[in-house]
Design a binder for this molecule. Sequence first.
Ligand SMILES: CCCCCCCC/C=C\CCCCCCCCCCCC(=O)SCCNC(=O)CCNC(=O)[C@H](O)C(C)(C)COP(=O)(O)OP(=O)(O)OC[C@H]1O[C@@H](n2cnc3c(N)ncnc32)[C@H](O)[C@@H]1OP(=O)(O)O
Ligand SMILES: Cc1cc2nc3c(=O)[nH]c(=O)nc-3n(C[C@H](O)[C@H](O)[C@H](O)COP(=O)(O)OP(=O)(O)OC[C@H]3O[C@@H](n4cnc5c(N)ncnc54)[C@H](O)[C@@H]3O)c2cc1C
Length: 615
Amino acid sequence: MGGRVNEDLIKERRKCTFDIKELTHIIDCGEENTIKRKQIDNYILNIKELWDDVPEEYLSHKERYENAIKKAFIVLKVLRQLHTGNIQITDHRTPTNVYSIQDGIFRNVNPLLIHIGLFWSTIAAQASTEQQAEWLQPDSSMIGTYVQTELGHGSFIRGIETTATYDSTTDEFILHTPRLSAYKWWPGGLGNTANACLVMAQLYINGTCHGLHIFLAQIRDFDTHKPLPGIKVGEIGPKMGFNTADNGFLGFDNHRIPRTNMLMKNVQVLRDGTYVKPKHDKLTYGSMLLTRVTLISDLAYQLSKAATIAVRYSAVRRQSPIKSNEPERQILDFVSQQHKLFITIASSHVYRVVGLWMWNSHKRVTADIHEGNMGQLPELHALACCLKAISSRDASALVEQCRLACGGHGYMMASNLPQIYAYTTAAVTYEGEYTVLLLQTARYLVKFWRLAAEHKPLPQNFAYFEDYIKKNFEQWRNSPEGIIEGFKAIVAGKTKAAYDTLQCNLRNGREFEEAWNMASVQLTNASEYSTISRNDIEALQSRYEELLALIRPNAVGLVDAFDIRDEVLCSTLGAYDGRVYERMMEEASKSPLNEDVVNESFHKYIRPVTMKNKL
Ligand SMILES: CCCCCCCC/C=C\CCCCCCCCCCCC(=O)SCCNC(=O)CCNC(=O)[C@H](O)C(C)(C)COP(=O)(O)OP(=O)(O)OC[C@H]1O[C@@H](n2cnc3c(N)ncnc32)[C@H](O)[C@@H]1OP(=O)(O)O
Ligand SMILES: Cc1cc2nc3c(=O)[nH]c(=O)nc-3n(C[C@H](O)[C@H](O)[C@H](O)COP(=O)(O)OP(=O)(O)OC[C@H]3O[C@@H](n4cnc5c(N)ncnc54)[C@H](O)[C@@H]3O)c2cc1C
């Protein structure tokens, strides 16, 4: 859409006091990466077949999927060309930026998300060298998914009921779904798209259960795409979001696969049925760990999208004067509005930085694991659980705050804020539900508190537990170091309270698991344990208001620095040119309800009632 940039946005951009490009380069981890990202954006977003004539929302459930799958295979082709170097625009090593622009292409979810994000990466991490050589061919016919959750079990994965029983006479595993609750339920791309899957099942050899293992199973014929004999597969129906992801169900009726289809990098079943144990029994859960780490950065990106939309809109939108004799003000001038939005910008940066740090930590710990050193795995798992839980919860709350900050127009699908919310809130549940993951972190903290309480040696990372016990915490200081000290005091105090409750429940004769359950609210909720005083809080509050005023002139610059293209933002409210009302009118004109001047339902239903006595 052509036309002039909104005057208020022009003024906002003139006011900006920092170099926007410099911040963009910081966000991209260097100017070189910015250049590469833009090259890929340009290449992919210029593929005409990826763009819709009719907005996605007006399509039926079936049409949405078919439209998404058409685009998914165009994008997959490009990814493969990038991978093999046939498109010479970059030496790009991760699909992250291709991944992020897909939000614009699909306005929803790529049905191949799990194929690319989890199927490939799990094979790469958990299959033996020979298996990888066979399965990770660039021209492979397999379209896969990650099949773990069942109708009856999601969080408690040890309760998974699907079995894989070794038959040494034929050198095969028999995959079986013993009852309805054991049906796989949820995997993305399973409903219609996938012809293969990685399935999590209980391994049985000679009547002994060895726990959960991952198996590669073909489920549809590569040529006809019909389900193989012994496979019952389908799609689970409409959801709050993720409606192009064809999440599916799957049941096995004694479906046989070769023994060599168990992922065998860390654990093996030999021809004679000998079971060779892994070095750590949670290595099978590695894909969940990796996805939790990846999600932190993805959620930071979703926050940057919501902030861009809401801040630009707030600079364009004028509503109410502040003094009654003045013209109406940009809503961005209201301090309460700044509070709603600037926190979203800040949170995006926080989770981006933490996400990157976690990504590098994951790389380091994985390299150690390859060398046989598992020492850092528990800490990484505890951190990934906590950060995935809070980043998803914060992101969905803040995206919703941005939507509300756009008033009624934020409720329009054309603002794209409802879709961003539906996407982020799903992350609170999938890949480890919020409370369940926080309890994993609590379990880790309580272990170290017990050492502290028993005056046993603590690792350096937990020295502050001892400081807390010895009351060595300094008075609150209003500085970054002081804030970190404050957080340490909160963690120590909260862990102590939960631990004390746990001990009290145990003294009262409860068994550990029951005592744990009774303490679980304390284990997940933060309490105010700190040396902060009432005066400190007042000082912090006024400093916060000063900071909002300092950020105000740079608000539009800050979101421009996220450098998200209009085609990716997909928002009438957040486009770079700020032509909000023109875009809203243009989008409304696409509604099928505007196709006829008089809708036929008038003649069928309305007129017979309203004109009844007048005909
Ligand atoms: C255009 C381009 C297209 C696409 C490009 C794509 C590129 C990708 C880029 C970005 C992708 C990002 C976005 C991805 C979006 C993903 C979309 C949706 C995906 C959804 C997929 C799923 O949901 S899969 C299913 C996930 N399910 C879960 O997470 C289940 C949660 N439950 C658990 O994990 C576990 O049961 C539990 C952790 C809660 C408990 O396990 P369990 O009961 O077995 O253990 P215990 O509590 O007894 O603990 C025992 C012991 O083990 C430790 N432990 C547990 N888990 C782990 C682990 N993972 N690693 C290490 N250690 C672990 C635990 O702490 C205990 O330790 P102790 O020492 O004994 O205390
Ligand atoms: C959009 C989407 C995509 C998904 N994609 C996939 C996929 O590709 N592959 C796949 O395998 N799965 C997938 N899933 C499934 C997902 O991983 C599970 O939904 C998730 O792990 C939560 O499990 P659940 O649904 O069984 O919830 P439940 O475990 O039944 O949780 C329900 C409630 O019980 C509480 N609860 C459960 N256990 C405890 C406990 N021990 N202590 C305290 N409270 C507890 C929870 O906090 C929650 O409040 C997807 C889900 C969604 C929503």
